[in-house]
Design a protein around this ligand. Structure first.
Ligand SMILES: Cc1ncc(COP(=O)(O)O)c(C=O)c1O
Length: 391
């Protein structure tokens, strides 16, 4: 697929003739055991990408998805698959960290990633130091003798700060420190992470890759220096994904480009409309200037996806609850990246340790789905009207 453009790679990636036969899509290969023809063949075999060995190391169904994801990231050596996005994060961290090391972690990180660092990694003897997501090249001053990795998530969970990924990665590389990015929001389509200097790029495939809110999966795509360690760690942790789930994600991937562009168009329109509403104090959408790090988005990203937050003007949790419960088209539920719109109340002030989160009113996070944006705007308008009048 070298030289082909992204949409073409999305359609053709991983569909090797030897894996799909005469079918268009590689089928679901279910199996734990793969049989060898002789003891000599069994003894000579070793696990590895695309090599039949044992279910843990994949079948053509998982390899097809992993290869398609690798082909989306210029500079990638390979991709590992994990049961969900959080498992991809934790496997990536365990690939680069050992007891006694220090990890620099963005203060805007996804809550369960923070919990893993503060609990599991702490017990394992790794210290986590949180940094301001907007630190940029100032990360150099935080890198110490024991620092072995910098973890980024851009934009950040809930508060959407866009990080200066190239500057942070350049500073880390100069000191021999590994960089990991949770790239779930942008995907390689809108942010080619490895080309920007990242060593290990993580996706919660549960979101835009699957795209239909019916599968959980994660992936880590790494460059050549890190891929062997990542693959080994993933096997040692016993991480594998069901071929049905891999197949669903391969299926989702083929339409990810058109879906993302529709999410982008609708979310941008709705964010622009929300900015004009008197009940809204700020819209935190990377493509709009109120969002911290907006300049980095303009410089580095090829697009924006369907997830953003906004701050209500005044009011507290009970007013926000009334607003959320008045919405008819937005489901109340965790996750995002599916075809349907969702909403969650967000309280980042409870999570932060390196920076303070302060706002004029309560925060709401929206996932804009593929419904007609005019219907979504009408729904938001009626719910904001009720919030405002206190009825
Ligand atoms: C930014 C981010 N990373 C990782 C994850 C974890 O993905 P999963 O739900 O597949 O474990 C999520 C889930 O919401 C997320 O928002």
């Amino acid at each position: 697929m070298k030289g082909r453009r992204t949409d073409t790679r999305l359609v053709h990636g991983g569909r090797r003739r030897e894996w799909r036969g005469r079918l268009v899509n590689p089928p679901v290969h279910r199996g734990s055991t793969l049989l060898f023809d002789s003891v000599a063949e069994m003894r000579a075999a070793a696990p590895g990408f695309g090599k039949p060995y044992y279910g843990l190391h994949g079948t053509p169904t998982q390899w097809a998805l992993a290869e398609a994801l690798t082909e989306l990231e210029p500079g990638a050596a390979g991709t590992t698959l994990h049961p969900n996005g959080l498992a991809a994060v934790t496997a990536a961290l365990l690939s680069v960290l050992s007891t006694g090391d220090e990890l620099l972690m963005t203060d805007s990180v996804y809550g369960p990633t923070r919990r893993f660092c503060d609990g599991f990694l702490k017990r394992y003897g790794v210290t986590t130091r949180y940094y301001d997501p907007l630190v940029g090249s100032g990360i150099s001053e935080l890198i110490g003798e024991r620092t072995k990795a910098v973890f980024l998530e851009s934009p950040g969970s809930l508060t959407m700060e866009v990080q200066d990924v190239p500057a942070i990665c350049a500073a880390a590389k100069a000191r021999g420190v590994a960089t990991l990015l949770d790239n779930t929001w942008a995907t390689p389509l809108f942010f080619p992470a490895l080309a920007m200097g990242v060593d290990l790029s993580i996706l919660a495939g549960t979101k835009y890759v699957g795209g239909h809110s019916d599968v959980m999966l994660g992936s880590v795509t790494a460059n050549a220096p890190w891929y062997p360690k990542l693959e080994r760690t993933s096997w040692d942790l016993g991480q594998s994904v069901s071929p049905d789930d891999a197949w669903l994600c391969s299926r989702g991937l083929r339409t990810m480009g058109v879906r993302l562009r529709q999410h982008e168009a609708s979310a941008s329109r709705i964010a622009g409309w929300l900015r004009e509403q008197p009940q809204v104090a700020a819209v935190l959408h990377p493509a709009f200037p109120d969002c911290p790090g907006h300049e980095a988005w303009v410089r580095d990203f090829k697009g924006s996806s369907g997830l953003f937050s906004f701050v209500l003007r005044g009011g507290g949790d009970s007013e926000r609850t009334r607003f959320l419960e008045a919405l008819e088209l937005f489901g109340l539920g965790y996750s995002w990246g599916g075809f349907e719109s969702l909403v969650v109340p967000a309280d980042p002030e409870r999570l932060r340790t390196a920076t303070r989160w302060e706002s004029e009113g309560p925060l709401v996070r929206l996932q804009i789905g593929l419904e007609d944006p005019d219907d979504l705007i009408e729904d938001l308008a009626q719910a904001l009207g009720r919030w405002n009048s206190g009825s």
